[in-house]
Design a protein around this ligand. Structure first.
Ligand code: BTN
Length: 249
């Protein structure tokens, strides 16, 4: 394991950078289980061989991106992986707004979009004790920094900071520093902030809900951050994020 960012101000936080690992979420989960006294830790990989996304999907993780996971072991902050994801989505947007002149948007529930394409995704995983209480959470973020247009699997659906930034590309170190500060020291983002940054209201969607797929129009993100859609037959459906994926269009 290679330790970087020696100048990093969070010297008390264990901070590890891997040349490559399978998944920083998996590696940090194992590390956190073996270090029950640690409440915070950050794992970064320059590339991942088995990057994971929501709903068992894979996350393309070639060199040039940021693949980062944060350990949250605390009973004082929010302990629901859904709201940790939505809070992180707002913090990611705020970080990008501070370091660039971009205006990112959130695609319910865990994706950050720019110019209609995915820039970043979040995978929050809770690890529970035998009594069913949350022991700790891992927040994993994948962010495309360098150009990804040569990667056939994602070239049409994803974008990168390099493609969007007009030359003013923030350094990875700056991104990590601002993000770490927001995640460990920031205020919990209001649901309203998440809703205001959402890009899907009014859009036509393809919804994959358990084993059914249908088209619908996004009506509203509710105060509890569930999504209300209207099917083509006029039926309104309220979607909780757990087992639902949506595609715009
Ligand atoms: C998604 O798009 O559904 C979420 C993608 C989350 C990817 C990040 S990269 C760092 C961390 N390690 C993983 O294996 N996944 C997350």
């Amino acid at each position: 394991m290679e330790k970087l960012y020696k100048e990093y101000s969070y010297s008390s936080i264990p901070f590890y950078v891997f040349e490559e690992c399978q998944s920083t979420n998996t590696a940090l989960k194992e590390w956190a289980s073996a270090h029950p006294d640690k409440t915070k830790a950050v794992f970064i990989a320059k590339a991942q061989s088995g990057g994971r996304g929501r709903l068992g999907k894979s996350f393309v993780s070639q060199r040039g991106g940021l693949y980062i996971s944060f350990l949250i072991r605390s009973n004082s902050t929010c302990s629901d992986p859904l709201y940790t994801t939505t809070d992180t989505a707002v913090k990611l947007c705020q970080m990008l707004e501070e370091l660039t002149n971009l205006s990112p948007k959130i695609k319910w529930v865990n994706d950050i979009y720019l110019s209609g394409k995915k820039l970043s995704g979040i995978l929050t995983e809770g690890v529970y004790s035998p009594s069913g209480e949350i022991d700790f959470m891992i927040i994993g973020i994948g962010l495309n920094i360098k150009d990804i247009s040569h990667i056939p699997e994602i070239a049409d659906i994803a974008t990168s900071l390099e493609s969007e930034c007009d030359g003013n590309l923030p350094t990875k170190e700056a991104i990590v520093k601002v993000l770490t500060d927001k995640i460990y020291n920031g205020e919990y983002a209001l649901n309203k902030e998440y809703i205001n940054r959402s890009l899907i209201v009014g859009k036509r969607l393809t919804v994959n809900d358990f084993n059914t797929t249908y088209t619908a129009v996004a009506q509203k993100i509710e105060d509890d951050l569930s999504l209300t859609v209207t099917k083509e037959n006029g039926e309104r459906v309220n979607l909780k994020s757990a087992d639902v994926s949506i595609k715009i269009g």
